[in-house]
Design a protein around this ligand. Sequence first.
Ligand code: AKG
Length: 275
Amino acid sequence: MSTAHHLTPAQVRHYREEGYLLGLPPIVSPAEIPQLNRDLASLMQLLKPGEDAKEIREWHETSRWLFDICMRPRILDIVESIIGPDFYLWASNFFIKEPNTKDIVGWHQDAYYWPLAPHNTVTVWLAFLDSDAGNAAMKVIPRSHLAGLMKHRRSTQTDSVLTLELENGQFREDTAVSLELKAGEISLHDDRIVHGSGANLSARRRVGLTMRYSGTNVKCDLSVNPHFRQYMCRGTDTFKHNPTGTIPTQPFGRLIRQHISVEEAGPEAEKKLRY
Ligand SMILES: O=C(O)CCC(=O)C(=O)O
């Protein structure tokens, strides 16, 4: 196994203390970026009329192109530095904001949505195009992951792509940091950090792919999400908590079923969450 791209102790410390990490070497080279975006266009052709990129959830289960991005050794080296030698991939989503659109991502903590325990999950956000304050880069509230999970309410903003969000006053919005990335670069964030993003009022498209990795000690409550499938990335799984997925062979394929998070599973699932 290559160790060339593992994080330094200072980077790991920053991630643990602040809940996020920037300043990593690119995962995708500038020469690969045009093809990366052409491939994304091929994937998006599988969307039905009226659907948008939000529907592309867990398509790594059916698209080898996406699966291979999630399994890039450079990414896995970095994830391994955070969650240890034994871990799996279980989720991928696109967060795309077309130019001059109103969609926002309300402030939230990912772990509130997920029926997973314990907390040992890292998200890698890969920029397909430059992402900065001008085109609504994702923002995080540093250190907010240390305060535990907070109660979310139903989203009242009709332009929010998520249905649960935090209220003003639950955190210090004025401390937000914008995760600015060049195309091909990644950021990392903890599953409890408060984060979100505004509307893209610029003339530039903004595209991020999130990939979620968990240690093998992390168990999904299958009564909330029976569709959960893990794909081992590194090491061994002595826990055997979760079902394993099948590796796709076709380059681009649509996933027929929907992944279920706590919001979709309803109030009974929400009661099971530990704050
Ligand atoms: O890209 C964004 O604006 C939000 C992404 C997000 O919410 C996530 O990665 O969990």
